[in-house]
Design a protein around this ligand. Structure first.
Ligand code: ADP
Ligand code: ASP
Ligand code: MG
Length: 405
Protein backbone atom coordinates (compact mmCIF):
# COMPACT_ATOMS: atom_id res chain seq x y z
CA UNK A 1 0.00 0.00 0.00
CA UNK A 2 0.96 3.62 -0.41
CA UNK A 3 0.25 5.37 2.89
CA UNK A 4 0.49 9.04 3.82
CA UNK A 5 1.14 9.40 7.56
CA UNK A 6 0.84 12.86 9.12
CA UNK A 7 2.18 13.63 12.59
CA UNK A 8 0.97 16.73 14.45
CA UNK A 9 2.87 19.15 16.68
CA UNK A 10 2.77 17.16 19.93
CA UNK A 11 3.95 14.05 18.06
CA UNK A 12 7.16 15.85 17.01
CA UNK A 13 7.51 18.08 20.07
CA UNK A 14 11.07 16.95 20.90
CA UNK A 15 13.87 14.68 19.65
CA UNK A 16 12.61 11.67 21.57
CA UNK A 17 9.21 11.96 19.89
CA UNK A 18 10.77 12.52 16.47
CA UNK A 19 12.71 9.28 16.99
CA UNK A 20 9.44 7.53 17.89
CA UNK A 21 7.87 8.85 14.66
CA UNK A 22 10.91 7.54 12.76
CA UNK A 23 10.51 4.11 14.32
CA UNK A 24 6.81 4.04 13.49
CA UNK A 25 7.28 4.93 9.81
CA UNK A 26 10.12 2.37 9.56
CA UNK A 27 7.72 -0.25 10.87
CA UNK A 28 5.21 0.60 8.12
CA UNK A 29 8.00 0.42 5.54
CA UNK A 30 9.15 -2.95 6.92
CA UNK A 31 5.58 -4.20 6.47
CA UNK A 32 6.04 -3.53 2.77
CA UNK A 33 4.29 -0.17 2.44
CA UNK A 34 5.47 2.89 0.60
CA UNK A 35 5.35 5.76 3.08
CA UNK A 36 5.05 9.52 2.65
CA UNK A 37 5.40 11.27 6.03
CA UNK A 38 3.94 14.73 6.52
CA UNK A 39 5.12 16.64 9.57
CA UNK A 40 3.89 19.61 11.57
CA UNK A 41 6.18 22.01 13.37
CA UNK A 42 7.11 20.96 16.93
CA UNK A 43 4.28 21.98 19.33
CA UNK A 44 4.43 25.69 20.13
CA UNK A 45 6.94 26.49 17.39
CA UNK A 46 4.49 28.14 14.99
CA UNK A 47 3.09 30.30 17.82
CA UNK A 48 6.62 31.26 18.80
CA UNK A 49 7.50 32.27 15.22
CA UNK A 50 4.30 34.31 14.92
CA UNK A 51 5.16 36.04 18.20
CA UNK A 52 8.59 36.98 16.85
CA UNK A 53 6.96 38.37 13.71
CA UNK A 54 4.66 40.63 15.68
CA UNK A 55 7.46 41.72 18.00
CA UNK A 56 9.57 42.99 15.14
CA UNK A 57 6.67 44.42 13.12
CA UNK A 58 3.36 45.94 14.25
CA UNK A 59 1.64 44.67 11.10
CA UNK A 60 3.77 41.79 9.80
CA UNK A 61 4.02 41.63 6.02
CA UNK A 62 2.22 38.42 4.99
CA UNK A 63 4.87 37.29 2.49
CA UNK A 64 7.76 37.68 4.92
CA UNK A 65 5.66 36.14 7.68
CA UNK A 66 5.11 33.00 5.60
CA UNK A 67 8.86 32.72 5.00
CA UNK A 68 9.27 32.74 8.76
CA UNK A 69 6.47 30.46 9.95
CA UNK A 70 7.26 27.82 7.32
CA UNK A 71 10.49 27.17 9.23
CA UNK A 72 8.84 25.13 11.98
CA UNK A 73 7.83 22.31 9.64
CA UNK A 74 11.22 22.42 7.91
CA UNK A 75 12.87 21.81 11.25
CA UNK A 76 10.77 18.70 11.96
CA UNK A 77 11.22 17.30 8.45
CA UNK A 78 14.99 17.78 8.41
CA UNK A 79 15.38 16.31 11.91
CA UNK A 80 13.41 13.20 10.93
CA UNK A 81 15.54 12.91 7.77
CA UNK A 82 18.71 13.11 9.87
CA UNK A 83 17.45 10.48 12.30
CA UNK A 84 16.43 8.02 9.57
CA UNK A 85 19.66 8.45 7.62
CA UNK A 86 21.64 7.86 10.81
CA UNK A 87 19.87 4.47 10.94
CA UNK A 88 20.74 3.88 7.26
CA UNK A 89 17.09 4.14 6.28
CA UNK A 90 16.86 5.65 2.79
CA UNK A 91 14.75 8.81 2.86
CA UNK A 92 14.50 12.33 1.54
CA UNK A 93 12.96 15.39 3.17
CA UNK A 94 11.19 17.89 0.93
CA UNK A 95 9.79 21.36 1.55
CA UNK A 96 6.58 22.44 -0.14
CA UNK A 97 8.44 24.12 -3.00
CA UNK A 98 10.61 21.06 -3.61
CA UNK A 99 7.62 18.75 -4.14
CA UNK A 100 6.25 21.15 -5.55
CA UNK A 101 2.91 21.95 -3.89
CA UNK A 102 1.51 24.83 -5.92
CA UNK A 103 -0.83 27.26 -4.13
CA UNK A 104 -2.51 30.59 -4.77
CA UNK A 105 -0.86 33.76 -3.46
CA UNK A 106 -3.14 34.26 -0.44
CA UNK A 107 -0.37 34.33 2.18
CA UNK A 108 -1.30 32.91 5.56
CA UNK A 109 -4.34 31.08 4.20
CA UNK A 110 -3.28 29.87 0.77
CA UNK A 111 -5.20 27.15 -1.04
CA UNK A 112 -3.51 24.28 -2.81
CA UNK A 113 -4.01 24.45 -6.58
CA UNK A 114 -1.96 21.51 -7.76
CA UNK A 115 0.57 18.94 -6.57
CA UNK A 116 3.05 17.30 -8.91
CA UNK A 117 3.49 13.72 -7.61
CA UNK A 118 6.31 12.85 -10.03
CA UNK A 119 9.29 13.41 -7.73
CA UNK A 120 7.60 11.71 -4.78
CA UNK A 121 6.78 8.65 -6.93
CA UNK A 122 10.37 8.56 -8.18
CA UNK A 123 11.78 8.70 -4.64
CA UNK A 124 9.30 6.07 -3.41
CA UNK A 125 10.18 3.75 -6.29
CA UNK A 126 13.84 4.00 -5.37
CA UNK A 127 12.90 2.67 -1.93
CA UNK A 128 12.96 5.90 0.05
CA UNK A 129 10.66 7.18 2.73
CA UNK A 130 9.51 10.61 1.55
CA UNK A 131 9.22 13.27 4.27
CA UNK A 132 7.24 16.39 3.36
CA UNK A 133 6.82 19.59 5.38
CA UNK A 134 3.16 20.19 6.21
CA UNK A 135 1.40 23.56 6.19
CA UNK A 136 3.18 25.08 3.18
CA UNK A 137 3.56 25.35 -0.54
CA UNK A 138 4.86 27.66 -3.20
CA UNK A 139 2.77 30.22 -5.06
CA UNK A 140 2.61 30.82 -8.78
CA UNK A 141 4.92 33.77 -8.16
CA UNK A 142 7.55 31.51 -6.58
CA UNK A 143 6.96 32.58 -2.98
CA UNK A 144 6.59 30.38 0.08
CA UNK A 145 2.97 30.28 1.27
CA UNK A 146 1.27 28.73 4.31
CA UNK A 147 -2.15 27.12 4.48
CA UNK A 148 -3.64 28.51 7.69
CA UNK A 149 -3.48 27.14 11.25
CA UNK A 150 -3.75 23.37 11.39
CA UNK A 151 -2.85 23.28 7.69
CA UNK A 152 -0.63 20.21 7.84
CA UNK A 153 -3.78 18.08 7.87
CA UNK A 154 -4.69 19.57 4.51
CA UNK A 155 -1.16 19.04 3.18
CA UNK A 156 -1.42 15.35 4.09
CA UNK A 157 -4.83 14.79 2.53
CA UNK A 158 -3.96 16.74 -0.63
CA UNK A 159 -0.72 14.76 -1.01
CA UNK A 160 -2.68 11.52 -0.53
CA UNK A 161 -5.12 12.62 -3.24
CA UNK A 162 -2.33 13.59 -5.66
CA UNK A 163 -0.45 10.33 -5.04
CA UNK A 164 -3.68 8.31 -5.22
CA UNK A 165 -2.62 6.84 -1.87
CA UNK A 166 -4.48 3.90 -0.40
CA UNK A 167 -4.77 5.56 3.01
CA UNK A 168 -4.11 8.85 4.79
CA UNK A 169 -3.46 8.53 8.52
CA UNK A 170 -3.53 11.59 10.78
CA UNK A 171 -1.56 10.80 13.95
CA UNK A 172 -2.34 13.10 16.86
CA UNK A 173 -2.44 13.37 20.66
CA UNK A 174 -5.89 11.79 21.13
CA UNK A 175 -7.17 8.32 20.14
CA UNK A 176 -9.39 9.63 17.34
CA UNK A 177 -12.49 11.77 16.87
CA UNK A 178 -14.69 12.02 19.96
CA UNK A 179 -18.26 13.22 20.46
CA UNK A 180 -16.72 16.31 22.13
CA UNK A 181 -13.32 17.75 22.89
CA UNK A 182 -11.90 15.55 25.67
CA UNK A 183 -10.40 18.71 27.16
CA UNK A 184 -13.95 19.95 27.89
CA UNK A 185 -16.03 16.82 28.42
CA UNK A 186 -14.65 14.22 30.82
CA UNK A 187 -15.95 11.05 29.16
CA UNK A 188 -16.77 11.58 25.50
CA UNK A 189 -17.38 8.61 23.22
CA UNK A 190 -14.72 7.75 20.67
CA UNK A 191 -16.33 7.42 17.24
CA UNK A 192 -15.30 4.33 15.22
CA UNK A 193 -16.41 6.08 12.06
CA UNK A 194 -17.85 9.42 11.04
CA UNK A 195 -19.09 10.72 7.69
CA UNK A 196 -17.10 13.30 5.75
CA UNK A 197 -20.06 15.65 6.01
CA UNK A 198 -20.39 15.49 9.80
CA UNK A 199 -16.62 15.74 10.22
CA UNK A 200 -16.57 18.80 8.00
CA UNK A 201 -19.27 20.49 10.09
CA UNK A 202 -17.57 19.53 13.39
CA UNK A 203 -14.20 20.82 12.18
CA UNK A 204 -15.75 24.01 10.88
CA UNK A 205 -17.56 24.51 14.18
CA UNK A 206 -14.37 24.26 16.22
CA UNK A 207 -13.25 20.61 16.62
CA UNK A 208 -9.63 21.29 15.76
CA UNK A 209 -8.66 17.62 15.48
CA UNK A 210 -8.82 18.08 11.67
CA UNK A 211 -8.56 21.28 9.66
CA UNK A 212 -11.88 21.83 7.84
CA UNK A 213 -10.23 22.15 4.45
CA UNK A 214 -8.56 18.75 4.87
CA UNK A 215 -11.95 17.09 5.25
CA UNK A 216 -13.28 18.96 2.21
CA UNK A 217 -10.37 17.71 0.12
CA UNK A 218 -10.77 14.17 1.49
CA UNK A 219 -14.49 14.17 0.65
CA UNK A 220 -13.94 15.57 -2.84
CA UNK A 221 -11.26 13.04 -3.76
CA UNK A 222 -12.65 10.19 -1.64
CA UNK A 223 -9.38 9.87 0.27
CA UNK A 224 -9.65 7.08 2.87
CA UNK A 225 -8.89 9.02 6.04
CA UNK A 226 -8.11 7.86 9.57
CA UNK A 227 -7.44 9.81 12.78
CA UNK A 228 -5.27 7.85 15.24
CA UNK A 229 -3.10 8.24 18.30
CA UNK A 230 0.61 8.85 17.92
CA UNK A 231 1.24 7.42 21.35
CA UNK A 232 -1.06 4.42 21.64
CA UNK A 233 -1.89 1.64 19.25
CA UNK A 234 -5.59 2.27 18.94
CA UNK A 235 -7.47 1.77 15.64
CA UNK A 236 -8.80 5.35 15.79
CA UNK A 237 -11.63 6.89 13.78
CA UNK A 238 -12.31 6.38 10.07
CA UNK A 239 -13.78 9.26 8.12
CA UNK A 240 -16.00 7.65 5.49
CA UNK A 241 -18.79 8.24 2.97
CA UNK A 242 -22.27 8.39 4.38
CA UNK A 243 -23.38 5.18 2.68
CA UNK A 244 -20.65 3.14 4.38
CA UNK A 245 -21.98 1.32 7.42
CA UNK A 246 -22.37 4.11 9.95
CA UNK A 247 -24.20 3.69 13.20
CA UNK A 248 -27.56 5.39 13.00
CA UNK A 249 -27.18 8.15 15.55
CA UNK A 250 -28.97 11.46 15.94
CA UNK A 251 -26.02 13.57 17.10
CA UNK A 252 -22.38 12.85 16.23
CA UNK A 253 -20.82 15.56 18.33
CA UNK A 254 -20.91 18.86 20.19
CA UNK A 255 -18.30 21.56 19.64
CA UNK A 256 -17.27 24.80 21.25
CA UNK A 257 -15.70 27.76 19.50
CA UNK A 258 -14.41 30.65 21.60
CA UNK A 259 -12.72 32.42 18.71
CA UNK A 260 -15.63 34.51 17.49
CA UNK A 261 -16.95 37.93 18.43
CA UNK A 262 -20.43 39.32 17.96
CA UNK A 263 -21.26 42.68 16.43
CA UNK A 264 -24.74 44.14 16.88
CA UNK A 265 -26.12 47.15 15.04
CA UNK A 266 -29.39 48.55 16.30
CA UNK A 267 -32.12 50.48 14.57
CA UNK A 268 -30.95 50.55 10.99
CA UNK A 269 -33.47 52.50 8.87
CA UNK A 270 -34.59 49.80 6.45
CA UNK A 271 -34.34 50.26 2.75
CA UNK A 272 -33.15 48.48 -0.35
CA UNK A 273 -29.89 46.59 0.01
CA UNK A 274 -29.19 47.63 3.59
CA UNK A 275 -27.65 44.29 4.53
CA UNK A 276 -25.52 44.22 1.40
CA UNK A 277 -24.10 47.60 2.39
CA UNK A 278 -22.80 46.15 5.67
CA UNK A 279 -21.37 42.98 4.18
CA UNK A 280 -19.86 44.41 0.97
CA UNK A 281 -16.71 45.90 2.60
CA UNK A 282 -16.23 42.70 4.63
CA UNK A 283 -16.44 40.52 1.53
CA UNK A 284 -13.99 42.79 -0.22
CA UNK A 285 -11.54 42.55 2.69
CA UNK A 286 -11.87 38.73 2.70
CA UNK A 287 -13.48 38.69 6.16
CA UNK A 288 -15.60 35.64 6.81
CA UNK A 289 -18.96 36.31 8.43
CA UNK A 290 -20.33 33.30 10.27
CA UNK A 291 -23.71 33.61 12.01
CA UNK A 292 -26.13 36.33 10.90
CA UNK A 293 -29.37 37.28 12.64
CA UNK A 294 -31.58 40.06 11.31
CA UNK A 295 -34.84 41.32 12.64
CA UNK A 296 -37.09 43.81 10.84
CA UNK A 297 -39.31 45.55 13.39
CA UNK A 298 -42.86 46.76 12.76
CA UNK A 299 -41.56 50.35 12.89
CA UNK A 300 -39.42 49.71 9.80
CA UNK A 301 -36.18 49.60 11.80
CA UNK A 302 -33.83 46.64 11.41
CA UNK A 303 -31.63 45.12 14.12
CA UNK A 304 -28.64 43.18 12.79
CA UNK A 305 -26.17 40.94 14.59
CA UNK A 306 -23.40 38.79 13.18
CA UNK A 307 -20.21 37.03 14.23
CA UNK A 308 -16.68 37.17 12.83
CA UNK A 309 -13.37 35.69 13.98
CA UNK A 310 -11.96 37.54 17.00
CA UNK A 311 -8.88 38.40 14.94
CA UNK A 312 -11.10 40.31 12.49
CA UNK A 313 -13.09 42.22 15.11
CA UNK A 314 -11.22 45.53 15.02
CA UNK A 315 -11.34 45.99 11.27
CA UNK A 316 -14.95 44.73 11.11
CA UNK A 317 -16.02 47.29 13.72
CA UNK A 318 -14.41 50.04 11.67
CA UNK A 319 -16.40 49.02 8.58
CA UNK A 320 -19.65 48.52 10.53
CA UNK A 321 -19.40 51.89 12.28
CA UNK A 322 -18.74 53.68 9.02
CA UNK A 323 -21.72 52.09 7.24
CA UNK A 324 -23.96 52.60 10.31
CA UNK A 325 -23.08 56.30 10.37
CA UNK A 326 -23.84 56.72 6.66
CA UNK A 327 -27.23 55.05 7.07
CA UNK A 328 -28.10 56.90 10.28
CA UNK A 329 -28.35 53.69 12.31
CA UNK A 330 -28.26 53.47 16.11
CA UNK A 331 -25.66 51.87 18.39
CA UNK A 332 -22.94 49.56 17.07
CA UNK A 333 -21.77 47.20 19.80
CA UNK A 334 -19.09 44.52 19.92
CA UNK A 335 -19.00 41.57 22.33
CA UNK A 336 -16.07 39.20 22.66
CA UNK A 337 -17.30 37.46 25.80
CA UNK A 338 -19.35 35.00 23.78
CA UNK A 339 -18.89 31.43 22.57
CA UNK A 340 -20.51 29.39 19.83
CA UNK A 341 -21.76 25.89 20.55
CA UNK A 342 -22.69 23.57 17.68
CA UNK A 343 -24.50 20.26 17.67
CA UNK A 344 -23.90 18.17 14.54
CA UNK A 345 -25.52 14.99 13.29
CA UNK A 346 -26.85 13.44 10.09
CA UNK A 347 -29.84 12.19 12.08
CA UNK A 348 -31.16 15.76 12.32
CA UNK A 349 -32.24 15.54 8.69
CA UNK A 350 -35.02 13.18 9.60
CA UNK A 351 -35.56 13.91 13.26
CA UNK A 352 -37.61 16.95 14.22
CA UNK A 353 -37.36 18.82 17.50
CA UNK A 354 -33.61 18.87 18.10
CA UNK A 355 -33.54 22.66 18.38
CA UNK A 356 -36.44 22.53 20.84
CA UNK A 357 -34.58 19.95 22.97
CA UNK A 358 -31.47 22.16 23.00
CA UNK A 359 -33.42 25.25 24.09
CA UNK A 360 -35.16 23.30 26.84
CA UNK A 361 -31.87 21.94 28.22
CA UNK A 362 -30.30 25.39 28.26
CA UNK A 363 -33.40 27.03 29.72
CA UNK A 364 -33.34 24.50 32.58
CA UNK A 365 -29.77 25.64 33.30
CA UNK A 366 -30.78 29.30 33.17
CA UNK A 367 -28.56 29.90 30.14
CA UNK A 368 -29.65 32.58 27.67
CA UNK A 369 -29.29 31.84 23.96
CA UNK A 370 -28.15 35.02 22.19
CA UNK A 371 -28.17 33.85 18.56
CA UNK A 372 -29.18 30.69 16.70
CA UNK A 373 -28.60 29.36 13.22
CA UNK A 374 -29.52 25.96 11.85
CA UNK A 375 -28.60 23.95 8.80
CA UNK A 376 -29.67 20.51 7.65
CA UNK A 377 -27.33 18.68 10.03
CA UNK A 378 -26.26 21.38 12.51
CA UNK A 379 -27.64 23.74 15.13
CA UNK A 380 -25.30 26.52 16.30
CA UNK A 381 -25.97 28.90 19.15
CA UNK A 382 -24.20 31.75 20.86
CA UNK A 383 -24.11 31.96 24.65
CA UNK A 384 -22.09 33.95 27.20
CA UNK A 385 -18.55 32.61 27.36
CA UNK A 386 -18.90 31.90 31.08
CA UNK A 387 -21.83 29.51 30.44
CA UNK A 388 -20.28 27.76 27.45
CA UNK A 389 -18.49 24.76 28.92
CA UNK A 390 -21.34 23.97 31.28
CA UNK A 391 -23.72 24.10 28.31
CA UNK A 392 -21.53 21.80 26.20
CA UNK A 393 -21.37 19.23 29.00
CA UNK A 394 -25.12 19.36 29.59
CA UNK A 395 -25.96 18.97 25.89
CA UNK A 396 -23.41 16.17 25.50
CA UNK A 397 -25.03 14.24 28.35
CA UNK A 398 -28.58 14.98 27.25
CA UNK A 399 -27.98 13.61 23.76
CA UNK A 400 -26.56 10.39 25.23
CA UNK A 401 -23.02 10.90 23.96
CA UNK A 402 -21.11 9.83 27.04
CA UNK A 403 -18.82 6.84 26.88
CA UNK A 404 -20.64 3.56 27.56
CA UNK A 405 -19.96 2.40 31.09
P1 ADP B 1 -2.10 18.09 16.08
O1 ADP B 1 -1.04 18.95 16.67
O2 ADP B 1 -1.80 16.62 16.14
O3 ADP B 1 -2.53 18.54 14.73
P2 ADP B 1 -4.41 19.39 17.26
O4 ADP B 1 -4.13 20.02 18.57
O5 ADP B 1 -4.48 20.25 16.06
O6 ADP B 1 -3.34 18.21 17.07
O7 ADP B 1 -5.76 18.53 17.34
C1 ADP B 1 -5.93 17.58 18.36
C2 ADP B 1 -6.75 18.18 19.50
O8 ADP B 1 -8.07 18.45 19.03
C3 ADP B 1 -6.97 17.27 20.69
O9 ADP B 1 -5.92 17.36 21.62
C4 ADP B 1 -8.32 17.74 21.25
O10 ADP B 1 -8.17 18.51 22.43
C5 ADP B 1 -8.89 18.62 20.16
N1 ADP B 1 -10.27 18.27 19.82
C6 ADP B 1 -11.30 19.15 19.75
N2 ADP B 1 -12.43 18.52 19.48
C7 ADP B 1 -12.15 17.21 19.35
C8 ADP B 1 -12.93 16.04 19.06
N3 ADP B 1 -14.26 16.12 18.83
N4 ADP B 1 -12.30 14.84 18.99
C9 ADP B 1 -10.97 14.76 19.22
N5 ADP B 1 -10.18 15.82 19.51
C10 ADP B 1 -10.76 17.04 19.58
N1 ASP C 1 2.28 24.23 12.48
C1 ASP C 1 1.03 24.73 11.96
C2 ASP C 1 0.14 25.22 13.10
O1 ASP C 1 0.54 25.19 14.24
C3 ASP C 1 0.33 23.75 11.08
C4 ASP C 1 -0.09 22.45 11.74
O2 ASP C 1 0.43 22.08 12.78
O3 ASP C 1 -0.94 21.77 11.16
O4 ASP C 1 -0.93 25.67 12.85
MG1 MG D 1 -3.83 20.11 14.09
Amino acid sequence: MLIVQKFGGTSVANLERIRAVGDRVCKSRAEGHQVVVVLSAPAGETDQLLRLASEISAEPDPRECDNLVALGEQKSAALLGLYLKAQNVPCVSLSGWQVPILTDTDHGKARILQIDPERMHRELHSGKIVIVTGFQGVSETGDVTTLGRGGSDTSAVALAAALKADLCEIYTDVDGVYTADPRIVAEPKLLKAISYEEMMELADAGAKVLQTRSVEVAAKHRVPLKVRSSFRSHPGTSVVSENESLEKILVAGVTLNKNESKIAIRRIPSGQGVLAKFFAPLAEAGINVDMIVENLGADGMTDLAFTVAKADLRITMKFAESVAKKLGAGLVEAASDIAKISIVGLGMRTHAGVAYQIFQILADLGITVQMVTTSEIKVSLVVAIGDAEKAVRALHTAFGLEKDA
